[in-house]
Design a protein around this ligand. Structure first.
Ligand code: ADP
Ligand code: MG
Length: 240
């Protein structure tokens, strides 16, 4: 659900790659517990914007506030420690380790060793991974790998999750599973989300609100219905 407090806000956030402005003075805010989708044509600047939020890219100018504090100059791992979780297109799991061993890695950061087994069992169960616990991660299906990665992120009890195209390359069934998972995490754990996604049906299933980026700037924001039926939005997708 949508809370009343802002969890993340950018002010005049800008990223230049030489003469190219990939992020053009963006003022973007989302509320605690909100699930926001970020859409826009190829090259609109979606991934760049997300990388600025994660700390993977340094802005040319502007400010990022998170949970009441400025985080513009914080390293990625410090942002993660404060509850920003990051998931990119390529699953960042450890392919040679088992599912259980993968979960152990983030758990070591937050739990006492005596709690590992109990917490691992809880997470395996919640993310429907119990049957695969001792499987090598590289043997999992693509959808299971995505679920494992989200499970690993959830061990850190984030307040905000950033996902770049989480269902790209997934089957219809796997996409439905991820949609349900994100909605459940959003509802039950009150985690806010910023999700970049192309699949408009997926966006319709999960989003509270949608932000459309175009040429590095916010083009429009609204509910999925408002945005999808906007003739100007259709126009930018057609490249006119
Ligand atoms: P989107 O994710 O919406 O498709 P991107 O954020 O990947 O868009 O890219 C926005 C613009 O910035 C594009 O014109 C892209 O070519 C450019 N760009 C992205 N990353 C870099 C980079 N590391 N160096 C130079 N240009 C880049
Ligand atoms: Mg992208």
């Amino acid at each position: 659900g949508v809370g009343t407090d802002t969890i993340l806000q950018t002010r005049d956030l800008r990223k230049q790659f030489g003469g190219l402005t990939a992020t053009d003075d963006v003022d973007f805010g989302i509320e605690e517990g909100e699930l926001r989708c970020l859409i826009g044509p190829n090259g609109a600047g979606k991934s760049t914007f997300l990388k600025l939020l994660t700390g993977r890219l340094e802005p040319t100018a502007g400010t990022i506030y998170y949970d009441g504090e400025e985080i513009t100059d914080l390293a990625s791992h410090e942002r993660v420690s404060r509850g920003i979780s990051i998931k990119f297109q390529v699953p960042s799991i450890y392919p040679d380790l088992s599912v259980r061993e993968n979960l152990r890695i983030p758990l070591q950061r937050v739990e006492q060793p005596s709690e590992f087994d109990r917490r691992t069992a809880e997470i395996l169960d919640r993310f429907h991974l119990a049957e695969t616990a001792d499987e090598t991660a590289s043997n999992l299906s693509h959808g299971q790998q995505q679920r494992l990665e989200i499970a690993m992120a959830m061990t850190l009890e984030p307040k905000l999750m950033l996902l770049d195209e989480p269902v790209a390359g997934l089957s219809v069934e796997e996409t439905r599973e991820i949609a349900e998972l994100l909605r459940t995490i959003n509802d039950e754990d009150d985690v806010a989300f910023i999700v970049i996604e192309h699949d408009i049906d997926f966006v319709e299933t999960i989003a509270d609100r949608v932000t459309v980026l175009h040429q590095g700037a916010i083009f429009t924001e609204g509910t999925i219905d408002e945005v999808r039926d906007d003739p100007d939005v259709k126009r930018i997708y057609l490249g006119e």
